[in-house]
Design a protein around this ligand. Sequence first.
Ligand code: NAI
Ligand code: MG
Length: 495
Amino acid sequence: MSTDSLVSEYFSTGTLAGLPSGHFIDGAFVTASGGRTIETFDPGAARAFHAFAAGDCADVDRAVAAARTAQKTWGRTRGNLRGAVLMRAAALLRAEAQRFAVVESLDSGKALQEAEGDVQGAARCLEYYAGAADKIEGSSFPLGTDYVGFSVDEPVGVTAHIIPWNYPLSTAARSFAPALAAGCTVVAKPAEQTPLTALMLADLLFRAGLPAGVLNVVTGTGAEAGGPLVAHPDIRHVTFTGSVQTGVRVMQAAAAHVASVVLELGGKSPVIVMADADMDAAVEGILGAIYENAGQICSAGSRLVVERSVHAQLVDRLARRAGALRIGHGLRRPQLGPLNSAAHLDKVAGYVDAARQRGLTISAGGERTVDPDGGAGWFFQPTIIDTVSADDPVVQEEIFGPVLSVQVVDDEEEAVAIANGTNFGLVAGIYTRDFGRAHRMAREIEAGQVYINEYFAGGIEVPFGGSKQSGFGREKGLQALKSYTRIKSVTARIG
Ligand code: NAI
Ligand code: MG
């Protein structure tokens, strides 16, 4: 079905036909063992449009058991055959891209054109790891002529994947694909705000030839479904994306049964603009860094760190551009969509209200708003808070909304110190025309990824993950495969 007919179906009926509502376990959609459901909301209209299974321990047990059984054969399936399934899934996803994008936009609130980009990115991710599945090689050890020594990268086994609501499909694809390529099985728990596209992706992978039980999705809340999943003794590895607070709990739960973890916990990433930068590029980069997905991005550039001589001019340009962004329901292809939930809108608005009460200058936005066509929804204006001190909460804490804090510096050294001055260390952006300076700063910055002269430059090929409280472990790139394999060394005496 075309995008236009899906969009008009939603606006005329208030939902879409054929949305998944059960868990996906052992190759089929099943209802929750407790029979309960939860509603999922359209953030652009602040209304529920669908109900899905509220899972608990019993559903998690069922999914993990299915994965454990499937592990016996999937882990021994030759890499090229695993890759072929992922490659077919990528083609299917591109063929069904319109439906995936509309559902992703509706469930998360994000602008439809951004959801379309996420779907293509997810397909690209499946292709990337499809190509890697038959290239996972061990090495040999030089033990002299009397011995043979070599290593095998074996799949770790059943893995748990806890998915957040800001990039529901992208985050699912980027952790499912390397796990499956490496020969692991998966039990995933999408966020309760956005369960639909992970379920659709599981079904799509099954239709692409993934054997039953290899990939399972249990929906429900973090407490009722996520907690039992990460605590399950048969889970060998957990990949988690979300808040620091929940990440710590997940690591503790995994520690109890000695499972490895990858934690991707967000950030407070700086965009440094030096006076010699290409200002047009900097303006475009900053707008994307903080207003894409309404700022609900772990790697959002939420702090502008700007050299004093260009500060006033840059903030003025940004404020004018921010004020002109077209706000609207995700399916109307706005430049700025809603926040994902009423609770999250309250959190974002609370930060800005408190900043205003502390006497900080709000140079753009600063207020809640609604979809101008529908008159409802959980929107917040694109906001800039100008010249904020290094210890202020809007500089130190992740707001996860369209709120940019501005910090002014006098030179390169101070820019690096300010950039490093939070507990986070996910990514950083640098805008300067001075090649040597760019690389000196990249060397000094505490972050898992540094973008020079284009914020978000990169792709699935580039490892992604944090330092400090942004977490550890790497997703994307060939590095991601390391989370899903363990080296077995085999040594033999032959002399
Ligand atoms: P959260 O970290 O609680 O939720 C993320 C995922 O973890 C969801 O699937 C949730 O159901 C699950 N979860 C919650 N409790 C769990 C538990 N005990 N065991 C296992 N899984 C559990 O984050 P929340 O409450 O949705 O958002 C709070 C803040 O976290 C946001 O305002 C934002 O600052 C940050 N966040 C960062 C993300 C990132 O991309 N790094 C993504 C989502 C949120
Ligand atoms: Mg939703």
